[in-house]
Design a protein around this ligand. Structure first.
Ligand SMILES: Cc1ncc(COP(=O)(O)O)c(C=O)c1O
Length: 358
């Protein structure tokens, strides 16, 4: 079988060594030495500052929103459910604007139109879908003109740069997921990268029950800390990350080269690299998408109809400034196998089978 995804397995000897250290330290959670080391190494590797580890990518979104004080958001309908449900959970009002048909990211034109039509959202939440950066410059300009803050859901965008700058350096905050299925993982985990140090410090309290060291509880908080055992997994996986990213990127471009005349492919940001997080293709319509998925399944090749449904169809009480492109895309999108254990031969087999039915 060719699996859709397969988690990176941390080197067990290295992990055992680190876990022994955790045991010797007797410091299992609450910002211990592994947590500190992973924070510093990630900041260094990613080229960012003010990185706060969290226990998953969903809490990262919630804490980012809470920290910057979001009350109403405008967001993309084409993303994983957590992008929006994280804000629904804390009772933020939600509005949707449509995606760009080519990049599949939130369209700056659609956001602009929403504000012209009276949108009052104080925060924009945009996903770098499949690791493909949003039009960050256009969204930045809009945020200045309309006075909203930006949170980027960068769950898919580990190691992605626009030019030479990490994509995580855009917006007021960017959130990451370190779920086991992601390019880099800590089994479960995540992080927030804040533009401002003051927000980092506020969030550090929020993820620890609102406690300020030496002062007690100063804010309403939650428990969203990453523990030492999982930080150790991160440290071991980080040692392999260059090889993993290189391999995934090579597979991504192999797929794209072999499929470029066969199916439609999302338009990639012209100045960005790819981290090979996903391999999305667009079929002609839903019928063809299902046909390809069935044909692949018959050949023991997994694929995933992802994302669907368009989130405006899930959160029907939200304000909708337009979702036509998102609804249409969510019916014909299919993600092909992509992971660190996939081989070039596997990719050839998948491509051959896709070609056989379109
Ligand atoms: C775009 C996006 N946002 C948020 C999340 C949530 O991350 P986590 O599973 O770490 O809570 C995911 C997880 O797959 C995701 O794909």
């Amino acid at each position: 079988m060719i699996a859709l995804n397969s988690p990176v397995k941390p080197n067990i000897k290295k992990l055992a060594n680190l876990l022994e250290k955790v045991n010797d330290n007797g410091w299992f959670t609450n910002f211990g030495p592994m947590h500190k080391e992973l924070t510093e190494k990630l900041e260094d590797y990613l080229g960012v500052q003010n990185l706060l580890l969290t226990n998953n990518g969903t809490s990262a979104l919630q804490v980012a929103g809470r920290t910057i004080g979001s009350r109403s958001i405008i967001s993309t309908p084409f993303s994983f459910v957590a992008t929006v449900s994280a804000f629904k959970w804390q009772k933020d009002e939600v509005a949707f604007a449509d995606i760009d048909n080519k990049s599949l990211n939130l369209s700056p034109e659609a956001v602009n139109l929403a504000y012209r039509k009276g949108c009052k959202a104080d925060t924009l939440v945009a996903t770098h879908v499949y690791g493909n950066p949003c039009d960050v410059d256009a969204l930045d300009k809009l945020s200045q003109n309309n006075n909203f803050q930006i949170i980027y859901d960068a769950a898919h965008a580990f190691g992605v740069k626009v030019g030479s700058n990490s994509v995580l350096n855009y917006g007021d905050a960017s959130t990451l997921s370190f779920h086991a299925t992601k390019v880099f993982h800590t089994v479960e985990g995540g992080a927030i990268v804040f533009k401002d140090r003051a927000n980092f410090e506020k969030a550090e309290e929020i993820i620890n029950f609102g406690i300020r060291p030496g002062r007690g509880v100063v804010d309403v908080g939650i428990n969203a800390k990453l523990n030492e055992y999982q930080a150790a997994v991160g440290l071991v996986n980080l040692e392999e990350i260059d090889n993993i990213l290189q391999h995934r990127e090579a597979l991504f471009y192999q797929y794209r080269e072999d499929l470029k005349d066969v199916v439609e492919l999302p338009l990639w940001h012209s100045q960005a690299n790819s981290n090979g997080a996903y391999m999305p293709i667009l079929l002609k319509d839903e019928k063809q998408m299902r046909l390809v998925a069935e044909k692949l399944a018959a050949q023991k090749i997994q694929s995933r109809h992802y994302f669907e449904p368009s989130l405006d169809e899930l959160f029907i009480d939200s304000h909708n400034y337009g979702s036509r492109n998102s609804v249409a895309t969510s019916k014909r999108i299919l993600c092909l196998p992509m992971h660190a254990h996939l081989t070039r031969e596997n990719v050839k087999r998948v491509v051959l089978n896709v070609k056989g039915c379109v």
